[in-house]
Design a protein around this ligand. Structure first.
Ligand code: M6R
Length: 639
């Protein structure tokens, strides 16, 4: 939630920061702001700067047009910027970042922040007593003013000191006009990456805002502070564009120097472009065949019936002897984890539980010897999932991660894990990451299952089918126009149900979530049998009810549920197996989306896809912003 980007170096900073904000906008988009350090003509390294700021409610484009009206005001080579997802305080210009504080000697501190400061109320009272006046309600304003209050002429030292007084989560970038070539950044609990470019440093919440400048990065750890300086080699004159000398160091809050390894980003700029698609969500749905191929690449050996997961090899014996798996996640990742539970119990025969991380972390869970906790997350930064993982580790569990973002906090804090390798997911609604998560969980279940009870032949057969999934998904997405035509007929309905059994029950949950989050249609997903225990009362004439009705052990039961809904006037939309002529008796023309035949454990990889397209078209037809649904942010880094 919230994206921050900051730059210090030898280039004009404004357009660069705006470009960074656009890349990070998926993390929050209710307001945006920028602060730039201007240095007077002929300034030397020691001449104080002057900070100019612009903040606006709305998207980054609103900020951009305001900044572009007065370009001369925002000339500088050091700046910070922010795109907000509101936590404390309404969506107003006053609460937008950057925030400002005045030091005792009249200097200006400006700061951007991603996270939440928990003890802000006490600190605010303290600061008010010290004479600070507040213009908004944001916790970040409190942090900024506390830094200003404690400022002792050295920004790095002051930030270290101030953060010792803070409880909560933060990724921050701070500047002070008295130190016009210094950028200080720090983190605890919220992600922050530092890009090391030629003559410059770029700090950002994620790699997407960095990759066009450099692929050399360091990941700050919690409670670490970075001081990044860039200034002209000729210390007597600031000349933007010339080679500049740069210098950085990272320290603990106690000012002990720490060495951070420089890592190479593996992100390709093309992966974060729209590539001709109207929306990232559509691109990410359509490219799922390739995403699955990359996810599987080199990891399955059909002939030998072997799954090769480098990240798990060292732990293989421990996993095989595990007494219990606990899968934990939030949102769409939770639905993938639920499928993981079914897969691990059926294929690896290990008792499993699947639990929302937000519940798990607070309810004193029982972790006994032999417990493996497996966190599933696209971003690897979701606050609840991360804390659940830490809680489990503290209690002695082996911690595994199924994560997409390489180098994310979860990927660094788990004992072992498997990356999704599906590339960056930009659309706020998770699609290809879900398919990647289920693919990886299937491979993990087969990896462990083969070492326990599964025969080589059976694993070979599953792998053979898994290998065909990309081609099957490619066939399914071709139905996009047919799905749109169906949605057109029911998109005005405000209440929908999604029903499935077995492996398709989590798919029903996921279908409902997708529809809710981007089209604002109220939808509920549940086990088909559960409908009779209450929700059936909702069904009235014409209510759309989506059934996952693929061939399998519970097909007849699902058909009975379809009959029950039809008898009450519900409008049946079905996801069914190709060749099933029976299903069309219950549906209107064009209300069946077809998937190729595949074993039940692999069905979610196919049945989810039409539901993604259904949600996409519903949101489109309702004229909504598919990639940036209201109130949401891609990565939920606050509780
Ligand atoms: O990054 P994560 O996978 O941990 O994110 C978990 C959820 O916040 C995420 O799946 C969310 O539910 C998406 N908006 C779903 O489309």
């Amino acid at each position: 939630m919230c994206g921050i980007v900051a730059y210090v170096g030898n280039k004009q900073v404004t357009s660069l920061l705006i470009e960074g904000l656009k890349r990070l906008e998926y993390r929050g988009y209710d307001s945006a702001g920028i602060a730039v350090m201007r240095t007077p003509e002929g300034a030397t390294m020691e001449t104080p700067g002057e900070i100019t700021m612009c903040r606006s409610v709305g998207r980054v484009s609103v900020l951009q047009s305001r900044v572009e009206k007065e370009p001369e005001k925002y000339q500088g080579s050091l700046g910070i910027a922010h795109t907000r997802w509101a936590t404390h305080g309404k969506v107003t210009e006053a609460n937008a970042h950057p925030h400002i504080g005045k030091t005792k000697d009249g200097h200006t501190i400006t700061l951007v922040h991603n996270g939440t400061i928990e003890n802000y109320a006490t600190l605010r009272t303290y600061l008010e007593k010290r004479g600070h006046t507040f213009y908004g309600e944001s916790d970040t304003e409190v942090l900024t003013k506390l830094i200003a209050e404690l400022y002792d002429g050295n920004l790095e030292r002051t930030v270290q000191k101030t953060l010792q007084e803070i409880t909560g989560a933060y990724a921050i970038a701070v500047i002070c006009d008295r130190e016009p070539h210094t950028l200080v950044a720090a983190r605890k609990g919220s992600p922050l990456i530092i890009g090391i470019a030629e003559h410059a440093y770029i700090v950002a919440s994620d790699q997407s805002a960095i990759v066009s400048h450099t692929t050399q990065v360091i990941h700050l750890d919690d409670y670490q502070v970075a001081r990044l300086c860039a200034g002209p080699s000729d210390r007597k004159k600031t000349v933007v564009g010339e080679p500049w000398s740069v210098d950085f160091r990272t320290t603990t809050l106690e000012n002990e120097e720490v060495t951070q390894e420089i890592q190479e980003l593996e992100l390709d700029l093309q992966e974060i472009e729209l590539a001709g698609y109207e929306h990232y969500m559509l691109k990410e749905i359509m490219q799922q065949p390739d995403s699955i191929r990359t996810c599987l690449n080199g990891r399955i050996d059909k002939r030998e019936g072997r799954v090769v997961l480098g990240g798990l090899t060292n732990l293989a014996k421990e996993l095989v002897r595990a007494r219990k798996f606990i899968l934990t996640a939030q949102g769409t990742a939770y639905h993938a984890a639920l499928i993981g539970e079914y897969l691990l119990e059926e294929l690896a025969k290990i008792p499993c539980e699947c639990e929302y991380a937000s519940e798990f972390r607070y309810r004193n869970p029982i972790i006994e010897d032999g417990t493996v906790v497996l966190a599933v997350s696209q971003s690897g930064e979701t606050s609840d999932t991360l804390e659940a993982l830490r809680e489990a580790k503290d209690r002695g569990a082996t911690a595994l991660g199924v994560v997409n973002v390489v180098g994310s906090t979860m990927s660094r804090e788990t004992d072992a894990g498997v990356y999704l390798r599906v590339g960056p997911e930009i659309g706020v609604a998770s699609t290809k990451a879900f398919i990647g998560q289920v693919t990886v969980l299937t491979m993990i279940a087969l990896f462990v299952g083969r070492r326990r009870f599964l025969s080589k032949d059976l694993v070979s057969r599953y792998l053979d089918e898994l290998d065909q999934v990309p081609e099957f998904v490619a066939q399914i997405v071709k139905q996009t126009d047919a799905i749109k035509a169906c949605v057109e007929q029911v998109v005005d309905r405000d209440n929908w149900l999604f029903l499935g059994r077995g492996y398709n029950y989590p798919v029903a949950l996921e279908g409902a979530l997708k529809l809710k989050e981007i089209s604002y249609i109220h939808a509920e997903g549940m086990p088909a049998a559960e409908m009779k225990h209450g929700p059936i009362a909702l069904i009235d004439e014409g209510m759309p009810v989506v059934f996952l009705a693929t061939q399998g052990s519970q097909y007849d039961k699902v058909i009975s549920n379809i009959e029950e809904v039809k008898a009450r006037g519900g409008r049946i939309i079905a996801v069914a197996t190709e060749g099933d002529t029976n299903i069309e008796r219950y549906t209107d023309d064009g209300f069946v989306f077809w998937v190729p035949s595949i074993s039940e454990p692999l069905q979610p990889l196919l049945t989810t896809v039409p539901l993604q397209l259904l949600a996409y078209h519903a949101a489109q037809l309702r004229g909504l912003d598919v990639d940036k649904p209201r109130n949401l942010a891609k990565s939920v880094t606050v509780e």
